[in-house]
Write a protein that binds this ligand. Structure first.
Ligand SMILES: [Zn+2]
Length: 119
């Protein structure tokens, strides 16, 4: 098995960057980027071993979105059980220039905090 892939971006070989220039004299070409496996220390390797950059990734997605969706179509909404917790707590807001000498006042009020917890 080779230790590299050619970028799968459909327009990769048309982007005018010096890193894509190959050949000599009057026979120069722009070539698809060769991607070494394990680059970026394996960071998001499921993506970045096939695409040299985000533009190539999104060019590929735009071109093949219908086929990609057909692999795993979603016909119904998915749901995750969740617990919604509401709690009241004392907080403060600031009223600027509202004091007797136009100073900022710190005014207490009853605040509500909503948090989501996994079930
Ligand atoms: Zn590319």
């Amino acid at each position: 098995m080779s230790n590299y892939n050619w970028c799968h971006g459909p327009e990769c070989h048309t982007q005018q960057t010096q890193s894509r220039v190959r050949g000599s004299g009057d026979n120069k070409v722009l070539r698809t980027i060769k991607i070494k496996q394990g680059r970026f220390g394996g960071y998001q390797s499921e993506l970045w071993t096939y695409f040299c950059n985000q533009r190539c990734l999104f060019d590929f997605i735009r071109k093949h979105i219908t086929s990609i969706i057909a692999i795993a179509p979603r016909r119904d909404a998915l749901e995750t059980p969740i617990k919604v917790k509401k709690e009241k707590y004392k907080s403060y807001r600031y009223e600027f220039n509202s004091g007797t000498n136009n100073e900022t006042r710190r005014v207490p009020y009853q605040a509500t905090r909503t948090t989501l917890e996994s079930k």
